[in-house]
Write a protein that binds this ligand. Sequence first.
Ligand code: NCD
Ligand code: ZN
Length: 346
Amino acid sequence: MTETLTIQRPDDWHLHLRDGAMLAAVLPETARHFARAIIMPNLVPPVVTAAQAAAYRDRILAALPDGFGFAPLMTLYLTEETDPDDVAAAHASGLVHAVKLYPAGATTNSASGVANFDRVRGVLERMADIGLPLCVHGEVTTPDIDIFDRESVFIDRVLDPIRRATPGLRVVMEHITTSGAVDYARSGGADLAATITTHHLVINRNHILVGGIHPHYYCLPVAKRETHRQALVGAATSGDGCFFLGTDSAPHTDALKLSACGCAGCFTATNTLSILAEVFERENALPRLEGFTSRHGPGFYRLPVNTETVTLTRGEPVTYPGAIQTDDGPVSVFDPGFPLHWRVTG
Ligand code: NCD
Ligand code: ZN
């Protein structure tokens, strides 16, 4: 018997597309299955102004092959110099759907991020007024905090104080990795949500470090212990509208990953839907996949749910290429480490 699952077309609420040759190579991998994506602004230099976001959006649309319907939802990279008027105008025009907060030095290309949070208070208050979401990379960066504790310390020392000081600020906790973040997201009411990546539903920290070092499983925030992975799976499959998919698909060439100081990021765009269907099936939660991939995100971002659908079909194990080729070099596709039985068939 063939098993099929038809869901409203998904969106990806946290995606790195990069620029140039990398953009051209990775964009079809997302556009094949997803209708929209929140586009991360951590280019070099970062996408800081509305004018830069408009130009980047044009480059994405120019790189989109014929026949793909895909809408990039642009974001601005918050710096201590960000102009509240520029942000408000970019939002009012429909160009920008979120502002991204990177604590300075937290992750790939975050050097221009925020060090002194008092200096962005005016922007955050304006965002609360106009209802523009703040997407937060929730890790402290001070060297005395252990890398596995950086998310929980961020929630206590940075996120919670910001939210208390800025009533009405709408916040997305990006790529959460801990049970504490799950609990905090749940407790935050209508102005708080959290994205969960594909890979954090699959790997724990043993996958990175046991039996040799596995650089393709290294990302930020770094995967935590198994109990946290289980909490993330519980949240994603719960049907709770405050949790939705943000793949954080973050392509780096293999040369940059397989290095003495390898880059952080997992490239999951190619096989994300197959992996998610497998994860949800194991939890007997396939009926809740659509909420996670296609309904909760638009709900939070106040956008319509996509009208088109995608159909997944269960069958013999499906294989994906180990890597996609780009003019910058190969980019390995995330390997979940278990067979995938669901493929997108329509
Ligand atoms: C991202 C990247 O490569 O841009 N890397 C990652 O490990 N997730 C940055 C980010 O989202 O932290
Ligand atoms: Zn990211």
